[in-house]
Design a binder for this molecule. Sequence first.
Ligand code: ZN
Length: 111
Amino acid sequence: MSLDDVRTDTCAAYGCPLLGSFGVGGKWFCVCHFRANAAVNDAITAELNRHRGVVDALLLARRTGAGYADIKALEDELIGHTHEIGRQQSIPTAGVVGPTHAEPAFTETDA
Ligand SMILES: [Zn+2]
């Protein structure tokens, strides 16, 4: 069985490559999906696939019984890549460099 086969121990979010670690409503979710709004599940999965090297290292660490510190460091890295997804960001209102006034309009008859 390859890692690409459908497994019962993976995260319940569609297409997520990580293992389910947190039970929510009868399903198991990974560390990146378990608190996320379901509307951003696909965006989180896409970001996890962009960092496939870290994901593979984490899967290997979990399956080979690596130490807690090693697993947590890899999980923290993936959380860092995904925790901003789906959150509104405020637009800065101070310290923005740009025009402070509009140039006066010139009519074509002035020339
Ligand atoms: Zn997941």
